[in-house]
Design a protein around this ligand. Structure first.
Ligand code: GDG
Length: 481
């Protein structure tokens, strides 16, 4: 049974957050994040629906319209939140896909919940999509949805985008359900990844785990009349123009100056902004800063490090441990090096509004992105977008997707603490002329490749590939018309 919508986005979360109003009623506010911004214009133009979890366990609210988009909530029980979301998504897949920085848990009960919840998302998407519609499935929580959807609706054009890395086969092979994940993804016409290396890893996994003929990002499925699936890179980006403009607002510029003043007007402000996640290399960054203080190459009072660590996945064991480790480390650094007048590390375990984020970016001489593995890292691109003054230096881990595009950043290997320290010192000492030259090149790149362009290029490639390589779907649509 076909629904009404020509474009259906399926993501773990809806693009809106529930807000309790003072009068006791509830309303929905658009959640911060690039995906919503990127898709909003297309969703409005194409008559779009968004299928996702509303963020709290229990029965789902009825479908509703918000921000010009039809929102279709999926219900998750408290147990499913534990097993599908905190368990298989964030306790198995997240560490496995990020180079096993911590050990993934392999539990059959988590997998069963993942399968059941993916079925529920697929069912809802199948109900909403019009005949011949496009369905765009997002991210690692929903890798089985493309296949489940195709089984129900062979007429659809199905895309999938993986926001996190896809690991080398040697790591992926650990997963007891690796074949089912590959089969799930191959239900799509087009599978998008952040980096070319991720697409290659996936293509190789198709060969190794499924023995499929897969070459140069093309996977042929002989069992499905030779249907061909394409795997390619589509590096995600940010709404460059919106952040550029926000950072030019007088109140934001004034707030940036005020932040520096509140920090005690140090000569150098260093900044880290991350979800509090073990993939982000926060401890490596703190270690480098601590050693620089210890060596006397950097002095408290002259330099201050601001570390915003947004609370994240607080019920998952490794995140509880990480928070403790970060807080002990910050406490030790400040206990050892801070003075009554000056603090070494300003650690902020909460999230901020967009204006404050833009002001922080503007206030920072050096932005530290030291991820151990990161699909893209939007914070790096946001720093660049905010620096309309063409100042500031981006220190960027080579293990981020962003490193493939932002060649004018100072690249580091976060495991190489000496190298990281030297690069921080180099960033602090960089002439305004060199910093300006680098920042201009970075801004050109991000400005030309913004999130709107990302969404359009994925959807165009999907339409083209679907028309050329999916004989079954074309037949299904013809048959029904
Ligand atoms: C996943 C992949 C990939 C953070 N704190 C606050 C805040 N943020 C915003 C940032 C940025 C976003 O959250 C985080 O995006 P990242 O890309 O840095 O990292 P993940 O959350 O791990 O995202 C990643 C991404 O998906 C997209 O595909 O790049 O590799 O892991 O936009 O600004 N925003 C506000 N207050 C905060 O305190 N307003």
């Amino acid at each position: 049974m076909a629904g009404d919508y020509d474009l259906v986005v399926v993501a773990n979360r809806l693009p809106v957050d529930r807000v309790e109003e003072p009068d006791g009623s509830t309303s929905w506010r658009r959640s911060p994040g690039g995906l919503v911004t990127a898709l909003e214009p297309v969703m409005q133009r194409e008559d779009g629906a968004w299928v996702g979890w509303a963020g709290t366990p229990g029965d789902p609210p009825e479908p509703f319209d918000a921000e010009g988009v039809r929102c279709v909530p999926i219900g998750l029980s408290a147990e499913e939140v534990q097993d599908y979301y905190e368990g298989f998504s964030n306790g198995t897949l997240w560490p496995l896909y990020h180079d096993v920085i911590v050990a993934p848990g392999y539990h059959r009960s988590w997998w069963e919940a993942y399968v059941a919840v993916n079925e529920r998302f697929a069912e809802a998407a199948a109900e909403q999509a019009a005949e011949g519609a496009t369905v765009w499935v997002q991210d690692y929580q929903l890798q089985l949805v493309p296949r489940m959807l195709r089984r129900r609706r062979p007429d659809l054009s199905i895309g999938f985008f993986n926001h996190i890395p896809f690991p080398p086969f040697e790591i992926f092979a650990q997963l007891p359900w690796r074949a089912a994940i590959i089969d799930g993804l191959l239900g799509a016409d087009l599978i998008g990844f952040q980096r070319a290396a991720d697409a290659n890893n996936f293509t190789r996994a198709c060969r190794r785990a499924r023995n499929l003929p897969a070459r140069a990002g093309r996977i042929r499925l002989d069992a499905e009349d030779g249907r061909e699936v394409r795997a390619a890179s589509f590096p995600i980006s940010i709404d460059f123009q919106a952040l550029d403009q926000l950072a030019q607002r007088e109140d934001v510029i004034a707030r940036a100056a005020e932040i520096r003043h509140e920090l005690g007007d140090p000569e150098h402000v260093l900044l880290g902004i991350d979800r509090l996640d073990y993939t982000k290399g926060i401890l490596h960054r703190l270690k480098a800063f601590e050693e620089l203080l210890d060596d006397g190459r950097v002095q408290v009072g002259e330099a201050a490090l601001v570390q915003v660590a947004t609370p994240s996945r607080e019920r998952v064991e490794q995140y509880v441990q990480l928070r403790q480790d970060v807080e002990v480390t910050v406490g030790r650094i400040n206990g050892t090096y801070s003075t009554i007048a000056h603090t070494g590390v300003h650690y902020l375990h909460h999230s901020y509004g967009r204006e404050e984020m833009a002001a922080l970016f503007l206030a920072a001489d050096v932005m530290l992105v030291t991820a151990l593995r990161d699909g893209m890292n939007l914070v790096a691109k946001e720093y660049v977008a905010a620096r309309h003054d063409e100042r500031g230096v981006l220190v960027l881990s080579e293990f981020t997707g962003a490193a493939d595009e932002l060649g004018q950043a100072l690249m580091i290997n976060p495991h190489d603490i000496d190298g990281l320290k030297d690069t921080i010192v180099r960033a602090l000492a960089m002439s305004p002329r060199e910093a300006g030259r680098r920042m201009r090149a970075l801004r050109r790149r991000v400005g030309d490749h913004d999130v709107q362009r990302w969404a359009a290029s994925f959807l165009d490639a999907l339409a083209q590939h679907h028309d050329e390589h999916n004989p079954q779907a074309a037949a299904a649509v013809e048959h029904s018309s």
